[in-house]
Design a protein around this ligand. Structure first.
Ligand code: ACO
Length: 427
């Protein structure tokens, strides 16, 4: 790794350590006894859905660990392949295990041409790349003979395929939507470099490849976020891994979740210049608009991933003027939002705030930002779905009914002929 990137990551970790210790929050780590008492808020706030050994988001203090390893250390020392192995299999691989796993991922990269044929039939101009990815993975599932085998071992094999093939699909989508042919994956490139190659058609320089690799490490897992939970809910009905992951893609697509990274970039472009940040934010706050890339259900401290992505964006901003301008706008918005809402409401930048600047500097268009997130997060989705499958119980919460408790049924009162709910549909 370049010394510059290592220094930057070490500095980010040092600053985080200076601000807080990493003691787990009371009640959020350690032994679990079911049933448990919790205080619940809307949107399952406060709900404990399961126990896990995969990862822990220390929201109060702003720390993230995967299987006990701090994400700062993983960003400094690991690769996406190694991190995916860690999440899936529970421990860091030996040198040999990592080489075998990396070879397996390379071997699994190619996807059946039928998937590209289907992608070619999608109206590209108006289809969001996340919708294309959702469709592509669904088609992939129909072509995989082992899709319906449901042992943990078989589903783990599917998970490895998905991790390998998400990059291939994302690369293909980036090209097909502009009328270009998808490229064949490059066996001689690592996961991150191959992803960049498949998207841009150019072999990335080592600095860009390493920054993409760090981005993938940072996005690989993050507790019971909406898309991970969605994936687990679907898998808990003993549906297959493809169905589960397709649902995860649907959840990640939304602007309140993974889709925020794309929206942030549009906001930064809309602001145009750092001097415009203040009036822009005044208007956003006056209209009670949530600012994309800020706030988090769990983090009530600065997101450790943003602590890394911010300086990486700064590093890239030294290379060209357009990135520099976007970065300066982002810093001004970060400072102003944090000063207005940091102390009062514990609102800070989240992972999506700086990632778009990093990807844009790699010549990637905003529509592809969330698919890149998915390329990484598929490891966390699968790892957690597989862990849960080992001791499965279907997810099934309840809702409090607030409708009328008892209504008399009279066909004549609400029928289609007298202005009932189907009138418009019938005419
Ligand atoms: N901008 C301004 N105010 C905010 C923001 C924001 N981005 N986020 C939360 N707040 C405020 C709310 O207005 C609310 O204030 P109030 O108590 O005075 O009403 C308070 O903070 C709590 O907000 P909630 O909406 O209850 O927070 P919730 O946990 O439901 O939502 C979410 C979390 C969806 C991430 C929210 O912060 C948001 O919409 N952020 C912008 C979209 C975004 O960046 N999403 C990506 C999240 S990271 C990820 O998923 C990968």
């Amino acid at each position: 790794m370049s010394d510059e990137i290592r220094d930057l990551l070490e500095e980010a970790a040092r600053r985080a350590r200076q601000e807080t210790d990493d003691e787990p929050e009371p009640g959020m780590a350690g032994d679990v006894a079911w049933p448990m008492q919790v205080s619940l808020g809307k949107g399952l706030e406060g709900a404990i859905a399961t126990s896990t050994q995969i990862g822990y988001v220390n929201g109060a203090k702003g720390w993230l660990i995967y299987r006990g390893y701090n994400v700062f250390d993983l960003a400094i020392h690991s690769t996406y392949e190694e991190t995916a192995y860690l999440l899936l299999y529970g421990s860091l691989p030996s040198r040999r295990q990592l080489a075998d796993f990396s070879r397996l991922l390379v071997h699994q990269r190619p996807v059946p041409p039928t998937v590209f044929d289907v992608l070619g039939m999608i109206p590209t101009a108006r289809t969001h790349p996340m919708a294309a990815l959702r469709t592509a993975v669904s088609v992939l599932g129909t072509l995989d003979e082992s899709a319906e085998k449901l042992t943990v071992a078989d589903e783990t094999d599917v998970a490895v395929k998905l991790i390998a093939q998400f990059a291939t699909l994302t690369g293909a989508i980036a090209r097909i939507r502009h009328g270009r042919e998808p490229l064949a994956p490059r066996d001689d490139l690592g996961h991150a470099a191959n992803l960049l190659y498949l998207m841009t058609g150019e072999e990335p320089d080592p600095l860009m490849a390493r920054i993409m690799d760090i981005g993938l490490i940072l996005h690989a897992d993050h507790g019971m976020n909406a898309s991970t939970f969605t994936t687990m809910v679907v898998n808990s009905s003993l549906a297959d891994m493809y169905s589960s992951v397709v649902a995860g893609i649907g959840s990640l697509k939304g602007p309140l979740h993974g889709g925020a990274n794309e929206q942030v970039l549009y906001d930064l472009e809309d602001i145009q210049r750092p001097e415009n940040v203040e009036p822009w934010l005044d208007r956003a706050q006056a209209s009670k608009r949530k600012v994309n890339g800020f706030g988090h259900r769990v983090y009530k401290a600065y997101d450790p991933r943003a602590r890394i992505l911010g300086p990486l964006a700064e590093l890239l901003s030294r290379r060209d003027l357009a990135t520099r301008n976007l970065y300066q706008i982002a810093v001004a918005l970060d400072e102003l939002m944090t000063s207005r809402l940091g102390k009062e409401k514990k609102i800070f930048p989240n992972v999506d705030f700086y990632s778009g600047i990093v990807y844009k500097a790699m010549a990637i268009e905003p529509g592809m930002f969330t698919p890149i997130f998915a390329v990484s997060r598929v490891a966390g989705w699968c790892a957690r779905a597989l862990e849960y499958l080992g001791d499965n119980r279907i997810f099934r919460p309840r809702a409090i009914y607030t409708g009328p408790p008892r209504m008399e049924y009279h066909r004549s009162i609400r029928g289609p002929s007298d202005g009932g709910p189907f009138q418009e549909w019938k005419s």
